[in-house]
Design a protein around this ligand. Structure first.
Ligand code: F6P
Length: 319
C-alpha cells in the first residue's frame, strides 16, 4: 500500500478535523502518501482531490466542521456515480480509502466495496450517535454539551418566568441527544422517535406539577418525534398554559470539539490507517468503553437499539 485517500461525508460532526489530521500525519509517518478528497463521495466522482502533507492539517485540531468539506451525495448510490468514483481511484493510484462519516456514508461505502473491491475503512462520526455496534461516535460528546449548555440557559429564564419550554434537539431517527441532555439537564420530560408519545400523560404531569408548586417545565423533543411548535400548541390547548419553543438546530453540529471528541478522533484516525495497512476493509471504527472497535459495515448500518427505558425512567423519577 503506497497511497491512501481520506474524505469526510454526510452531516459534519465536531471532531472530523482532528480525525483528518491523524490520518494524514500518521499515514505519512507510516510512509504512505495521503490524498484529501473534497466534499465526500462527490469529490471522488468529480476528481476533486489533492496530496496533503503535515502542514496541510496544521491548526485544525480544535476547529469544528471539516476542512475537506462534506456533502450528502445521492449520485454515489448510482452505477454511473460509482463507476466515475472508481475511475478516480484508479487514475490516482489510490490503494485504500478512509471515510469519516455516519451510517448513510457507510452503506454507500459498503456497496462501492462490494462492486469495486477498493479497500475502505470508516471512522464513525455523527452527532446522532446512531451507528450500530458502536457506543460513541466522533462529535456526539461535543453536540450534547452544546445542547446542554443551551438547556442550562433556557432553565434560567424558564425558572425565573415560571414557564413551559419545548426544546427541539437534533436526531431525525435517534433520540440519543434528546435523552442524554434531558437527563443531564434535569429536564422534566423527553419525547423521542423510539417511544410512543402519550401527550395526555405529559400534560397531566404539567398540570399536577403546577398544583404542587412546580411552575417551570422543560420538555426536550427529538426532531424525529415532531415539531416543537406543534407540540407547544397542543400542550397549551390541553393545559391552558403558555408554552415557549426553542429549536436548537444546526448550532449542535458546530463548535470546537471537546477533548473527548478530539481524543477519540485522533485515536480512530491512526487506527484506520493501521487497519488499511493490515489489509482490513469494509469496516467502521468507533469506541466502546474506551476501546477501539471494528464493526463490519453491514452490521454498522443496521438500526441501533437505544436503551430508552433506563434513561426515561430516571428522568421521570428525578423530576
Ligand atoms: O448529522 C445528523 C443530523 O444532524 C441529524 O440529526 C439531522 O436530522 C440531520 O443531520 C440534518 O441534516 P442536514 O444538515 O442535511 O439538514
Amino acid at each position: 500500500m503506497k497511497r491512501i485517500a481520506v474524505l469526510t461525508t454526510g452531516g459534519d460532526a465536531p471532531g472530523m478535523n482532528p480525525a483528518i489530521r491523524s490520518v494524514v500525519r500518521y499515514g505519512i509517518n507510516q510512509k504512505l502518501e495521503v490524498m484529501g478528497v473534497f466534499r465526500g463521495w462527490w469529490g471522488l466522482i468529480n476528481e476533486e482531490l489533492k496530496i496533503l502533507n503535515q502542514r496541510s492539517v496544521s491548526g485544525i485540531i480544535g476547529q469544528g466542521g471539516t476542512v475537506l468539506k462534506t456533502a450528502r451525495c445521492s449520485e454515489f448510490r448510482t452505477e454511473e456515480g460509482q463507476k466515475r468514483a472508481y475511475e478516480t481511484v484508479k487514475k490516482n493510484n489510490i490503494d485504500g480509502l478512509v471515510a469519516i462519516g455516519g451510517n448513510g456514508s457507510f452503506s454507500a461505502a459498503h456497496e462501492f466495496y462490494k462492486k469495486y473491491n477498493v479497500p475502505c475503512v470508516g471512522i464513525a462520526a455523527s452527532i446522532d450517535n446512531d451507528i450500530n455496534g458502536i457506543d460513541y461516535t466522533i462529535g456526539t460528546d461535543t453536540a450534547i454539551n452544546t445542547a446542554l449548555d443551551a438547556i442550562d440557559k433556557i432553565r434560567d429564564t424558564a425558572t425565573s418566568m415560571e414557564r413551559i419550554f419545548v426544546v427541539e434537539v437534533m436526531g431525525r431517527e435517534s433520540g440519543f441527544i434528546a435523552l442524554t441532555v434531558a437527563l443531564a439537564g434535569g429536564c422534566e420530560d423527553v419525547i423521542i422517535p423510539e417511544k410512543e408519545l402519550d401527550l395526555k400523560a405529559v400534560c397531566h404531569d404539567i398540570v399536577h406539577g403546577n398544583l404542587i408548586g412546580k411552575m417551570s417545565w422543560i420538555i426536550v423533543l427529538a426532531e424525529g418525534a415532531g415539531k416543537a411548535d406543534d407540540l407547544a400548541r397542543q400542550i397549551t390547548d390541553m393545559t391552558g398554559l403558555e408554552t415557549r419553543t426553542v429549536v436548537l438546530g444546526h448550532v449542535q453540529r458546530g463548535g470546537r470539539p471537546t477533548a473527548f471528541s478530539r481524543d477519540m478522533a485522533l485515536n480512530l484516525g491512526k487506527a484506520a490507517v493501521d487497519c488499511l495497512l493490515a489489509g482490513k476493509t469494509d469496516i467502521a471504527l468507533g469506541m466502546n468503553a474506551g476501546r477501539i472497535v471494528e464493526v463490519n459495515f453491514e452490521v454498522a448500518i443496521r438500526k441501533k437499539e437505544l436503551k430508552v427505558d433506563n434513561f426515561y425512567n430516571l428522568i421521570k423519577v428525578l423530576t
